[in-house]
Design a protein around this ligand. Structure first.
Ligand code: PMP
Length: 398
């Protein structure tokens, strides 16, 4: 017996949260030998010099607890990174905190800043850890729907989502899963609403460097914290995972005004206490000594995006030209499937290719995401080509 019979095993704050679709679809890909165009992890690791630095740190004895806030060398490197790429000045001792991936930054921020009953506004489709963590913090999620085919936020819908209970806007740009990069104008509408209603903003910018040169927003990625007046109310999250292709390292950072960073630390100390010691000097090395690596990755990714977009078009799908991230989205309704999940399972079986259905990302407006699926192009050209060939030789219609 694992639990008394008179109550459910799982605590109610977790019971309503479905298992993450990424684990389910990746397990399906492994089980069926399918090409995994679903989960967003690259097939090729980041720079060798960074791996060598991690090996060196392990050998040099960086094997005991790091300070909770992060090792000084990494915090200083994060400050230089924010300065160099975004012109944002930070104090390494009070305005930077190392996290166990951006995921821990999201968790810590929500647990620290959201009271039960507080409302958190998210762009929808929203990365699934947001919904889970809002629920675990006792918050109430309010979605602002990004609709196919262009997936842009409507400033009026954003305004309409704000109530007297709103505590926070939890933003994500470049946006997973749509590939939308918010323009300065769109960000300004977020900033205006936040200032007007005195809201906190947590902005997840893990794809900050993965923006393509034909982006709709010709400026590329604009950090929300760089807008006038936003620095004081914005907590910015990022990570080494996407920018330097080390998704398995789970080293991220939270930056912003000292009170917001202190709040993250107040929760983080009870979540993980500290993040992995030997990886921190290696991430500092990536930020300082491989500063252009993410920009080259973005150029290379753009070519792979185009390979995937052309391939998807050739099999009768109409992908969106993503402006950033690892992903593109297609609508599969015209193929006759009842929803994106049925399509994804059907395509895994018929073609041996696994995408990610998006209906779970549209918790507040399921109809808007029902027939959408996400495809990842952070894979090698060979893997993308293999995936497209498999799709081409299968019957994709229901
Ligand atoms: N935010 C977004 C939007 C993501 O796509 C991901 C990774 N899939 C994360 C956060 C998690 O980042 P990390 O691996 O650094 O925890």
């Amino acid at each position: 017996m694992v639990a008394p019979a008179d109550r459910p095993l799982l605590a109610s704050r977790l019971a309503g949260i479905p298992p993450t679709i990424f684990s389910e679809m990746s397990a399906l890909a492994v089980r069926t030998g399918a090409v995994n165009l679903g989960q967003g992890f690259p097939d090729v690791d980041g720079p060798a010099s960074v791996v060598e630095r991690a090996v060196g740190a392990l050998r040099e004895g960086a094997n005991q607890y790091a300070p909770g806030i992060g090792v000084p060398a990494l915090r200083q490197a994060i400050v230089r990174h924010q300065q160099r790429h975004h012109g944002i000045e930070l104090d390494p001792d009070t305005e930077v905190c190392v996290t166990t991936g951006a995921t821990e930054g999201i968790a810590a921020a929500l647990l620290a800043l959201v009271e039960p009953g507080d409302e958190v506004v998210v762009l929808e489709p929203s990365y699934d850890s947001y919904d889970a963590m809002i629920a675990m913090a006792g918050g109430v999620r309010r979605g602002v729907t990004l609709r196919a085919p262009d997936f842009r936020p409507d400033p009026d819908e954003l305004r309409a989502a704000i109530t007297p209970r709103t505590r926070m806007i939890l933003l994500n740009t470049p946006h997973n899963p749509t590939g939308t990069v918010l323009t300065r104008e769109e960000l300004q509408s977020v900033a205006d609403v936040a200032a007007e209603h005195d809201l906190l903003v947590v902005t997840d910018e893990v794809y900050e460097h993965l923006v393509f040169d034909d982006a709709l927003s010709s400026e590329g990625h604009v950090p929300l914290a760089s807008l006038p007046g936003m620095r004081e109310r914005t907590l910015t999250l990022s990570s080494v995972g996407k920018s330097w292709s080390f998704t398995g390292w789970k080293v991220g950072w939270a930056t912003g005004p000292a009170p917001l960073v202190a709040a993250v630390l107040a929760a983080k100390q009870w979540l993980t206490f500290t993040s992995g010691s030997p990886l921190q000097p290696a991430v500092a090395h990536a930020l300082d000594h491989e500063p252009d690596w993410p920009l080259e990755l973005a150029r290379d990714l753009q070519a792979r995006r185009d390979l995937l977009l052309d391939g998807l078009r050739s099999v009768g799908l109409a992908p969106r030209t993503s402006e950033g991230t690892y992903f593109t989205v297609t609508d599969v309704e015209h193929l006759g499937w009842e929803d994106g999940r049925a399509f994804s399972l059907g395509v895994a079986e018929r073609a041996g290719v696994v995408p990610i259905p998006l209906q779970g990302f549209y918790a507040g407006d399921p109809a808007a995401g029902r027939h959408l699926v996400r495809w990842a192009f952070c894979k090698t050209g060979e893997v993308i080509t293999e995936g497209i060939e498999r799709l081409a030789s299968a019957d994709l219609a229901r």
